[in-house]
Design a binder for this molecule. Structure first.
Ligand code: SAM
Ligand code: SF4
Length: 311
């Protein structure tokens, strides 16, 4: 399943890269919205930090009105995540709405709900990026984390998406102890599948608006060994970029989260620096996103990194 090189308009993937901040500034001139568009999911992966809550999720109308405000805020890319974004019946309409404003879209999906129709609809909205979770190199290892049959469904989804060359597919693997030995085989599979990039991630636990290494994560020593392995794959003559994402190791680094990213949860809470937002931050139902963003930037101006890289 080979694919063309990443589409320059949609791609944030330029090179092999190890980043020590999930909220790094990718593009100095643009703001990214990472939008947990639903808390619903059809899987229950063992490592997942997804938001749960009993409030009403933003409606299609509320979501569309919010999207209309993005261009004036300098948003250049919207990443739809979840939960499983494809659980939302209006997801394709929301993607279309973002694209109609000229902004780029990244869809993060477990890949189990992609039908022929959904692949075709995504193809018609391309260029766009689709990130799929590839937490294991085989059905046995991936299904252990994500449930029986999920690997096979992902492979079917990738086949369907491969008909649309302007959809750039990237892989993400959240590492645990069992998957450490699979780093080379996951990278090899990602390359064979024609992914533009394969990112290996540490496992995080969002707490009090910050990120920490999850207690189920690799130890610091194991993460260091994983990084060495990942770096050894850099520069190979493969078309798939090899990347990693961890947490800042230098607590004196300035935090630039609010400058580069705003995260929205399914219920409308906005924040800069956590991936599990329920009831954290202010709600777009009560204040304009522009106001919230200004306050977030003021709060984080001159603040050092507070994410914790120790387990
Ligand atoms: C929350 S999921 C939502 C999108 C989709 N349901 C999926 O599984 O790809 C987005 C990404 O976050 C990752 N993720 C989930 N829990 C995590 C954790 N505790 N630490 C790091 N990444 C995590 C998932 O593996 C996936 O790659
Ligand atoms: S599919 Fe995604 S959102 Fe659902 S449980 Fe797994 S990692 Fe979490």
């Amino acid at each position: 399943m080979s694919r063309p090189r990443p589409h320059p308009e949609a791609s944030s993937v330029q090179c092999d890269e190890d980043v020590t901040c999930c909220y790094r500034r990718v593009n100095r001139s643009g703001l990214r919205v990472v939008w947990e568009i639903t808390s619903a999911c059809n899987l229950s992966c063992s490592h997942c930090f997804r938001t749960t809550g009993d409030e009403d999720e933003l409606t299609s109308r509320e979501a569309e009105r919010l999207i209309d405000t993005f261009p004036d805020l300098g948003v250049t890319k919207v990443a739809f995540t979840g939960g499983e974004p494809l659980m939302r019946s209006d997801l394709l309409d929301l993607i279309e709405h973002v694209r109609s404003h000229g902004m780029l879209v990244k869809l993060l999906t477990n890949g189990t709900l992609v039908t022929t129709e959904i692949a075709a609809a995504l193809g018609s909205l391309a260029p766009l990026e689709v990130n799929v979770s590839l937490d294991g190199a085989t059905a046995a290892t991936r299904d252990r984390r994500r449930g029986a049959g999920s690997f096979a469904k992902l492979m079917t989804a990738l086949k369907l998406l491969s008909a649309y060359p302007l959809i750039q597919v990237n892989g993400v693997a959240v590492l645990n102890r069992a998957s450490l030995v699979e780093i080379p085989s996951i990278a090899k599979l990602a390359d064979q599948l024609g992914f533009a990039s394969m990112t290996f991630s540490d496992m995080f636990a969002p707490r009090n608006g910050k990120l920490e290494r999850s207690c189920d994560a690799l130890s610091r020593e194991e993460w260091a060994a994983a990084l060495a392995e990942i770096r050894s794959l850099h520069g190979h003559r493969r078309s798939c970029r090899i990347r990693s994402v961890g947490l800042a190791s230098d607590p004196t680094d300035p935090c630039e989260a609010a400058a580069s990213i705003v995260q929205l949860d399914p219920f409308g809470y906005a924040n800069a620096r956590t991936m599990r937002l329920s009831h954290l931050g202010r709600n777009v139902r009560e204040a304009e996103l522009s106001e919230i963003l200004l306050a977030l930037r003021e709060e984080s101006s001159g603040v050092s990194c507070e994410c914790v890289s120790q387990a």
